[in-house]
Design a binder for this molecule. Structure first.
Ligand code: BG6
Length: 475
């Protein structure tokens, strides 16, 4: 172990992220304004930890002023959240804006700007309107792609002069993977063709929104926030390497390639065809994707993914699933965040950075989410009641260090954003694992209380220096 210091460049983002559905709560929500997450919760409440969910969340809708003051105290330069599509309209088909909800965003954004915090806005963080899910099959439908473009148009009209960094989706692969590939979430349907259709339509929707933004001549950028998993093969043997490559095609390159290079990998298209996966796309749609790639990427990185070649026989009755080609691999001796069940391996950031530099034309990008969810954080409270989250400070330090090293090595990396600013509601895990710099006290009307890490984060901003104790094996 030795102590190291590294400079944080003046223009480097030190921010934090969250999303609308995980924070705002249902205050003021009108009949018919449920999102996919809301109806999942309503239909399947028993799978949500201790019954908590989006209904109250952190009650941000009523407390955004207090929250922005805390952001300022914690020294955030940027804050990323989403606008909730399901609440932004009273009529999704005609694009009738819900003025009451939009006023909340007017005020929230103004409050951030007045505090010197730059808002970064995502148009969808799983908040697909339930109406579109129930009536059109959600992202399986081309009509929904059109309605998303209409939504983007209305949001840009209203906020383009206040917000300049836009993102179409957060982790666009997640909902359809959990619902249609793994059948782990309501409504539990295994359908690989529907999975691919959702992927394609989200790529197409991104291209349409990029085109619209450019045609209107707005100042700023449109990107997407992806969660490519840095996937390491168990060994250097060809069968394990192939397992990792195929995993990468199905879960990473399916979004990275069209969004950055403007085309799907040929190997992916061939595998989909080989396994009878049907998805509806046209030459015009592919041309739109080709001509409207994103301006920047946000990358969410939490843990490494390790695979090995499959050793079991595939049941021929099981519909095609990419796991036909791989099995998960657990590295013996791995360092774990036991609350979340995720391996801790900060090097993923450096490795992803070099990949973007070498394979994705060194497009501008930033860490859009990195963080550590810990259960029962109350046990770490000191006599003054402040959670002493030194494990979080350690986690951020190591991951930020890798980000800064990558930047020094030529990665076009713009910053680091913590997940999350406050504790908030996770899909299913709800408030089980706490991620925030700021505690949300569920026993006390969701009172906010800064954890030790909040002051430490602020000092990073003030000193622009990261000092950490680090294993000498880590570069
Ligand atoms: C990301 C999502 O996958 O990870 C967030 O963008 C999510 O919405 C975060 O909350 C942490 O994961 P989890 O499952 O612990 O909430």
């Amino acid at each position: 172990m030795s102590q190291k210091s590294i400079t944080i460049p003046q223009d480097f983002i030190l921010g934090a992220a969250s999303s609308a559905w995980q924070t705002e709560g249902w205050s003021g929500k009108k009949e018919g304004q449920d999102s996919y997450m809301d109806i999942w919760y309503k239909n399947d409440r028993h799978v949500w930890h201790e019954g908590y969910g989006p209904a109250v969340a952190t009650d941000l809708y009523n407390r955004y002023r207090e929250e922005v003051a805390l952001m300022k105290q914690a020294g955030l330069t940027h804050y990323r959240t989403s606008i909730n599509w399901s609440r932004f309209f009273t009529d999704y088909e005609k694009g009738v804006v819900d003025e009451e909800y939009a006023r909340y965003y007017d005020n929230f954004i103004d409050e951030m700007l007045a505090a010197g915090i730059e808002p970064m806005i995502c148009l969808e963080h799983y908040e697909l309107p339930a109406y579109l899910f129930e009536n059109y099959g959600g992202w399986a439908s081309k009509k929904v792609v059109e309605l998303f473009a209409l939504y983007a148009e209305k949001v840009f009209e209203r906020y383009h002069h206040k917000v300049s960094r836009w993102f179409t989706f957060n982790e666009p692969i997640v909902v359809q993977t959990r619902v249609y590939l793994d059948a782990l979430r309501w409504p539990y349907e295994q359908n690989t063709s529907t999975w691919m259709q959702w992927n394609h339509h989200k790529n197409l929707a991104t291209a349409k929104v990029v085109k619209l933004f450019r045609e209107k001549g707005y100042t700023g950028s449109v990107g997407a926030i992806l969660n490519p998993e840095v996937t390491y093969p168990r060994s250097s043997a060809p069968h394990d390497v192939k397992a990792a490559e195929i995993y990468d095609l199905f879960y990473n390159r399916v979004f990275l390639d069209p969004m950055v290079h403007g085309r799907y990998p040929q190997a992916l298209v061939a595998l989909l065809e080989q396994h009878g996966v049907q998805w509806d796309y046209s030459a015009d749609e592919l041309a739109l994707i080709r001509d409207n790639t994103v301006d920047e990427l946000g990358i969410n990185l939490y843990y490494p993914h390790r695979v090995k070649a499959p050793s079991r026989a595939w049941n021929p009755q099981t519909p095609f699933h990419p796991a036909y080609y791989y099995e998960p691999f657990e590295l013996p001796g791995r360092r774990m965040n036991k609350s979340r069940g995720w391996e801790i391996y900060p090097r993923i950031i450096y490795d992803m950075a070099m990949r973007i530099k070498n394979d994705y034309r060194n497009i501008p990008w930033f860490i859009a989410e990195s963080g550590m969810g810990i259960e029962n954080e109350g046990q770490f409270r000191n006599a003054e009641g402040v959670i002493q989250d030194d494990y979080r400070i350690g986690f951020i330090s190591e991951h930020l260090y890798q980000t800064l090293l990558a930047r020094e090595a030529g990665a076009n990396c713009q910053g680091y954003m913590l997940w999350a600013f406050t504790d908030n509601v996770s899909p299913m895990n709800a408030f089980k694992n706490r991620y925030g710099l700021i505690e949300i006290d569920l026993q006390n009307n969701r009172a906010r209380r800064a954890k030790k890490s909040a002051g430490w984060y602020r000092a990073l901003r003030e000193t622009r220096t990261l000092t950490l104790n680090i294993d000498d094996d880590w570069k």
